[in-house]
Design a protein around this ligand. Structure first.
Ligand code: ATR
Length: 271
């Protein structure tokens, strides 16, 4: 029997994780199955336990269960502990549950795939919710000269900057009066989901060749990416991050690194 993996979420019908992991498994010849499971909103822990009891080896976790997954783990990766969230569960040989978060690695790898450097660069991160907290450790580990976190609710940005201040030069701010001159601007707000643009200064993209990255993706450019491209920035959406975070989860489970490029190209065509 092949090893069982799944993604837990609620709702889960939209998830691309089964397509991605099934493609990785086919490509690498790994004997594994991967399915989507909609856990009840008040029943995530039971869903994981029942999955394990039925031969489950590991899982991805998406909205709204990432914090709950963090709480159920027996051991955690360093980056998951920092993030306070887990998107990858792995059952150890002793039956203990190990948790990791691969979103930040996914973001950093996708930027690298597009030849976007972070080391020594000025980086602006928009938003201060769970999505941003989840990527800050790998982002800071890439060695930017400066990271500014800007958020509508300024205190949340300041709080995040304090929490991660031991890892690099990171500060919190509001949107008003943000200076230009950033090399990379990453939208980690959920504004794109509702087709909204964070209230950004019109002259934010003063740097030639700056990169605008949206952690969201859609068939059409997000409002943020359209806005940034109209101001001369290079727009990149989060589809590559999705595939790279999946590849890192796959590696945690199988110790094999899939080739992400063809999987991303297929997903892009199907959007
Ligand atoms: P997620 O898990 O996606 O990060 P979250 O923790 O609810 O979700 O955080 C959502 C983030 O998007 C927050 O930074 C939020 O700003 P506030 O902290 O001020 O609420 C931000 N956000 C959502 N809609 C926004 C909008 N229309 N403009 C600007 N920021 C927005």
């Amino acid at each position: 029997m092949s090893d069982r993996y799944c993604v837990f979420g609620h709702p889960i019908g939209h998830s691309k994780s089964p397509i991605i992991h099934q493609a990785f498994a086919a490509q690498t010849g790994e004997a594994m199955g991967y399915e989507a499971i909609e856990a009840p909103l008040d029943g995530f822990q039971d869903a994981w336990r029942s999955f394990v009891a039925n031969g489950g080896h590991g899982a991805n976790v998406t909205v709204p269960f990432k914090q709950e997954a963090y709480r159920l783990c027996d051991t955690l990766s360093h980056r998951a502990r920092r993030a306070g969230a887990v998107n990858t569960l792995l059952l150890g040989k002793n039956g203990a549950t190990y948790g990791d978060t691969t979103d930040g690695v996914g973001l950093v790898r996708d930027l690298a795939n597009h030849a976007v450097a972070l080391a020594g660069k000025r980086v602006l991160v928009l938003g201060a919710g769970g999505a941003v907290r989840g990527v800050l450790e790998p982002l800071l580990a890439a060695g930017p000269a400066q990271v500014v976190i800007a958020n509508r609710t300024v205190e949340k940005a300041e709080c995040l900057a304090r929490d991660f201040g031991d890892l690099g030069a990171v500060s919190g701010a509001g949107f008003e009066g943000l200076p230009g001159g950033f090399d990379v601007v990453i939208n980690g707000t959920s504004a794109s989901l509702s087709g909204e643009l964070p209230p950004l200064p019109d002259d934010l993209f003063t740097e030639r060749g700056a990169t605008a990255y949206d952690m969201m993706y859609a068939a059409e450019p997000t409002v943020f990416l359209a806005w940034a491209a109209a101001r001369g920035a290079r727009p990149l959406d989060g589809l590559g991050m999705l595939v790279e975070q999946a590849a890192e989860s796959f590696f945690q489970w199988r110790h094999v690194r899939p080739d992400t490029a063809p999987v991303l190209a297929d997903l892009r065509r199907a959007l």
